[in-house]
Design a protein around this ligand. Structure first.
Ligand code: ZN
Ligand code: ZN
Length: 353
C-alpha cells in the first residue's frame, strides 16, 4: 500500500471526514513537500496543500496528487475556511504537534466542527524501499566522514574542533545538515551520554566518544564510535570489550517478531554479566527516519510487541562511570526477514590513534 492509502485507512478507522497534517516530517512523508508553514488537508476525495507565496513554486515541483492552495492572510484562517468549504464535520489533527494557541485559534474559527487528536507518526514505522535507500546513503556518509576524522583526532585538539571537522566531512560527502547536535565527549566527559562537543581539549590516554549523524533527502543516520588517543589501559580495554560484546550481541537479538523490551533486556543482561550493567543508564535504541528519534523504541518502556521487517533501529549500549568516563558503540540497523542488517559499517575494534 502507498503512504496515502495507509493514511486513508487511518482516516476511515478514526471515523474522520478529513485530517490536517501539520508536522513538517509528516507533510514531507505524505506529500513530498519539504518546507515549513504548510499544512495538508486530506479527505476521502480531496487532497489540498495550503502554503504561502514563498513555497508555491517549490510545492509544485515537490508534490503531485495535491491541489495547491495559496494563503496570504494566515495559515490557520485559510485552513479553517478550507475545512468549512469541504463540509467536514469531524476533523483529525496532530495533537502532539500543534500548539495550544494554534488549536484554540482553529477551534474559534470552526464552530460546529469536532476536532479530534490523532497520531499518524506510527504510519512511518516501516520504511519503504526509497526511505531505506536514503537512510543507507546517510549512513554511508557517516562512515566516510568517520574514516576521515580519525586523521584529525589527537591530543591538544578540542572537542569542538573535532566536531567541526566531522561535520565538514559529512557536508562534503553529501549531507544536507547534521541529524542532531554532534556529540564529542572525551576523557571524564565520556560519562555524559549526551556530551555535546565542548571546548575541552583532548589529552593523551583518553577515550573520545563521537555520536553523529548525516541527513540525506531528509533522512537521518546515527552512529557512535569510541576511539582512544594513544594506548588504552587494561581497564579501558576491559570496558570497551564489555560494551562491544553487548553491542554485537544486540545485532543477534534484534530480529522480526521479538519485542522492544526483550531486546533491551537481553543486551542489558549481557552487560550485567560483565559487571557493567549498572552503568548502562539509558535505553538500548530507538527507531529513526525523517526524525532522529522515532518509535518503536528498544527500551524497558517500549510498547512495541513485535519488531517487523523494514523497521530501522539503533543498537547503542554504553557504560558511563561518573568521575571516570565512559563509552558507547552504536549502529543503525535495518530489520529484515533474515535478521539485522547493519547500515553503519565503520570499524568497531578499539582504535588507538
Ligand atoms: Zn547516536
Ligand atoms: Zn541513537
Amino acid at each position: 500500500m502507498t503512504r496515502l492509502e495507509n493514511l486513508a485507512e487511518k482516516i476511515a478507522a478514526e471515523n474522520l471526514d478529513a485530517i490536517v497534517i501539520s508536522k513538517p516530517e509528516n507533510v514531507h512523508y505524505f506529500s513530498g513537500f519539504r518546507g515549513d508553514s504548510t499544512v495538508l488537508l486530506i479527505g476521502k476525495n480531496f487532497r489540498r496543500l495550503i502554503t504561502d507565496s514563498r513555497y508555491t513554486d517549490q510545492a509544485k515541483l515537490q508534490t503531485k496528487d495535491f491541489e495547491l492552495v495559496e494563503q496570504s492572510d494566515g495559515l490557520i484562517k485559510k485552513l479553517a475556511e478550507e475545512i468549512k468549504n469541504c463540509g467536514a464535520k469531524i476533523v483529525g489533527f496532530e495533537g502532539r504537534a500543534v500548539t495550544f494557541a494554534e488549536y484554540t485559534r482553529l477551534k474559534e474559527n470552526l464552530s460546529g466542527v469536532e476536532l479530534k487528536s490523532v497520531e499518524v507518526d506510527s504510519l512511518r514505522q516501516i520504511k519503504d524501499a526509497a526511505e531505506i535507500a536514503n537512510i543507507r546513503r546517510a549512513c554511508e556518509i557517516g562512515d566516510r566522514a568517520f574514516a576521515e576524522v580519525l586523521n584529525f583526532i589527537r591530543a591538544g585538539v578540542s572537542e569542538i574542533e573535532v566536531a567541526a571537522a566531522l561535520e565538514n566531512f559529512m557536508r562534503r560527502f553529501g549531507s544536507e545538515k547534521t541529524a542532531f547536535d554532534t556529540i564529542v565527549a572525551s576523557g571524564i566527559r565520556g560519562s555524559l551520554p549526551h556530551g555535546v562537543a565542548s571546548d575541552k581539549v583532548i589529552a593523551s590516554g583518553e577515550f573520545v566518544t563521537l555520536d553523529f549523524g548525516a541527513k540525506f533527502n531528509g533522512y537521518c543516520s546515527d552512529m557512535t564510535r569510541t576511539v582512544c588517543v594513544g594506548r588504552a589501559s587494561d581497564k579501558q580495554c576491559e570496558i570497551y570489550d564489555a560494551v562491544l560484546s553487548a553491542q554485537v550481541y544486540g545485532l543477534e537479538v534484534i530480529k522480526v517478531g521479538v519485542s522492544g523490551k526483550f531486546v533491551d533486556g537481553a543486551v542489558r543482561e549481557r552487560l550485567n554479566r560483565a559487571g557493567y550493567g549498572k552503568y548502562f543508564t539509558h535505553a538500548l535504541g530507538h527507531s529513526l527516519g525523517l526524525e532522529i528519534h522515532e518509535d518503536p523504541r528498544l527500551s524497558r518502556l517500549s510498547t512495541c510487541e513485535s519488531l517487523a521487517a523494514g523497521m530501522i533501529v539503533t543498537d547503542e549500549p554504553g557504560v558511563y562511570i561518573a568521575g571516570v568516563g565512559g563509552l558507547r558503540i552504536e549502529d543503525t540497523v535495518l530489520i529484515t526477514d533474515d535478521g539485522a542488517e547493519t547500515l553503519t559499517n565503520a570499524p568497531k575494534n578499539l582504535l588507538e590513534l
